[in-house]
Design a protein around this ligand. Structure first.
Ligand SMILES: [Zn+2]
Ligand SMILES: [Zn+2]
Length: 187
């Protein structure tokens, strides 16, 4: 019984860490490679919001639940449908997607001085990111703490310069880092 419970807890924690890594990958890609003008759809649903968030981080609190979470929920519905169509029966991938569907809500709580009490308690454990943890992402040169769910992966990925290494590879293949350029408002 105890072993089964520990196994479930381990799977849940691993799912959370995988979801956290995915948020880091998506967020890093948005911040690093996207600039306005490449695609009206990307501009409307991702690029403009991303740039606005870095110009005025606290504004994320003023949006409605729907405005905060609609893009992540829409993507999660699509991925869930694909998993179901591919007859994936394991529950862990669905949990990862469910966590990702509300990753921007967790991000929003990390910009709130008074999130719900239960959230504050979980933030203290590091299972959800705290305001102090995420605040480092909004400091120059805006190149660290890309993961937005937990407080566990960012220190490791930043210590080994994971995102920097990925950028070096992409730049070697001709990509241009857009972060902090005039095209993105210079943040
Ligand atoms: Zn960012
Ligand atoms: Zn933020």
């Amino acid at each position: 019984m105890l072993i089964a419970l520990a196994s479930y807890a381990g799977c849940i924690l691993l799912s959370l860490l995988i979801a956290d890594f995915v948020t880091g990958l998506m967020h890093w890609a948005e911040d690093t490679w996207l600039k306005p003008g490449a695609s009206p759809v990307l501009d409307r649903y991702i690029v403009n919001d991303n740039i606005e968030h870095h110009r005025v981080p606290g504004k994320i609190r003023s949006g409605s639940y729907c405005e905060t979470n609609r893009v992540c929920i829409a993507l999660a519905v699509i991925v869930t449908a694909i998993l179901a169509l591919c007859r994936v029966h394991l529950w862990e991938p669905y949990l990862v997607v469910a966590l990702l569907s509300h990753s921007n809500q967790v991000h929003r709580w990390a910009h709130s001085s008074r999130p719900p009490r239960a959230v504050q308690l979980i933030q203290r454990t590091g299972l959800l990111q705290s305001t102090a943890h995420h605040a480092e992402h909004h400091k120059r040169p805006y190149a660290s703490r890309f993961c937005t769910l937990t407080a566990f992966l960012n220190p490791v990925l930043d210590r080994i310069r994971f995102w920097h290494a990925l950028e070096k590879i992409a730049v070697a293949f001709g990509a241009t880092v857009q972060r902090a350029t005039p095209a993105r408002g210079g943040y």
